[in-house]
Write a protein that binds this ligand. Structure first.
Ligand SMILES: NC(=O)c1ccc[n+]([C@@H]2O[C@H](COP(=O)([O-])OP(=O)(O)OC[C@H]3O[C@@H](n4cnc5c(N)ncnc54)[C@H](OP(=O)(O)O)[C@@H]3O)[C@@H](O)[C@H]2O)c1
Length: 319
């Protein structure tokens, strides 16, 4: 199948921005819906990218977005939801209902290629509502029928300029020389955003990707505590990481989830109760994952941040 036009749901976000750049570089036309056009302003300079304001939770709007499209990538996700069993309503709407409706809309519009991004650790019996709802979303995609060539990609935590993860700790360490954290012993295998974007873009081309579920991780495993200490070193704000015992960490998260734009919830903490690492190859087909140490200093070290500010002012690039 010749690929000309791709719909990227969630394309204005962290991973979506890297993917949109990659697809545009390949000369593909890319349609990106957003709830608010101002959130996707950074994509407007890309010549083949069309940003449209749309409500993807409306069936008619979703079908219109799929009109004339050869393939779709779904990157939409939320980190917080009011609680519920087996998962809360916002997780149900975004992680489960949306994939289910997307599969039905693809069927109706004759779109045959779908790449869906889930998360490493997603499982029906996972400790967090986030991961349980992600597993239900995967099941909805797999139930998509024989006409749909789907691929599911399950990344570990993702790093890169603009990430929600290392940047969060860099921001906290700037003001808190003593940093109490929960889940300090959780094991993670961070993967570079460009490696994830390359995998997603390749999935659209590879016929052998159809019907596959692939994990995506980096070359090394770290504990969360080690990662936070590393962020302190690189950003020149070395702090003392204080691992909190489980119940105290839950109490801290319960307080933090009441803050506007909460950086942490009890459900996030539960996601850390299971290691977020892969059993075998970190990326499919033996691709070499990029080491964290090769990239993180480029956007976390104070010298590089200053240089990138002036660089981006001149060249419109992040670094
Ligand atoms: N980042 C990580 O470390 C990580 C790790 C594992 C898995 N993943 C998965 O990778 C995918 C992409 O993650 P990301 O970090 O790029 O996410 P992100 O930066 O938060 O972007 C998600 C996008 O989804 C859209 N969105 C969010 N909530 C929505 C809602 N309620 N209704 C409609 N649209 C909504 C937003 O678009 P608008 O605001 O423009 O509407 C946003 O640009 C997700 O499936 C995530 O679960 C990420």
């Amino acid at each position: 199948m010749k690929l000309e036009q791709v719909l990227v749901l969630g394309g204005s976000g962290f991973v979506g921005t890297s993917l949109a750049n990659r697809l545009a570089e390949r000369g593909l036309r890319v349609r990106i819906p957003t709830r608010r056009r101002s959130r996707a302003g950074h994509l407007l300079p890309l010549p083949t990218v069309d940003v449209v304001e749309a409500d993807i939770h409306d069936d008619t709007a979703l079908e219109q977005l799929l009109d004339g499209v050869d393939a779709v990538v779904n990157l939409v996700a939320v980190l917080h939801s009011p609680s519920g069993k087996p998962y809360g309503p916002e997780f149900a709407k975004v992680h489960v209902d949306l994939p289910r409706r997307l599969v039905a809309a693809c069927d109706k519009q004759g779109v045959r290629r779908l790449v869906h991004v889930s998360a490493l650790g997603a499982a029906e019996d996972a400790p967090s509502e986030y991961l349980r709802s992600k597993a239900a979303g995967e099941a909805a995609i797999r139930a998509g029928g024989r006409k749909l060539a789907w691929t599911i990609v399950r990344p570990s935590v993702i790093f890169g300029p603009g990430d929600h993860f290392l940047n969060l700790f860099a921001g906290l360490l700037r003001f808190m020389p003593l940093l109490p954290i929960g889940g300090a012993k959780a094991r993670l295998q961070p993967v570079y955003v460009e490696d994830v974007a390359e995998l997603l873009a390749s999935c659209l081309d590879w016929p052998e990707a159809a019907g596959q579920t692939w994990d995506a991780a980096g070359p090394r495993v770290y504990t969360l505590g080690q990662l936070v200490e590393y962020v302190g070193e690189v950003s020149d704000h070395r702090g003392l990481v204080i691992p909190l015992p489980g119940p105290v960490a839950m109490l801290q998260a319960a307080v933090m989830e009441r803050l506007p734009n909460s950086p942490l919830s009890r459900d996030n903490l539960r996601s850390l109760q299971k290691d977020c690492v892969v059993e075998g190859e970190p990326l499919p087909f033996g691709s070499e994952p990029t080491p964290l140490e090769a990239i993180a200093p480029l956007y976390l070290s104070p010298q590089r941040r200053r240089a990138s500010f002036f660089g981006s002012a001149q060249h419109g690039r992040e670094f």
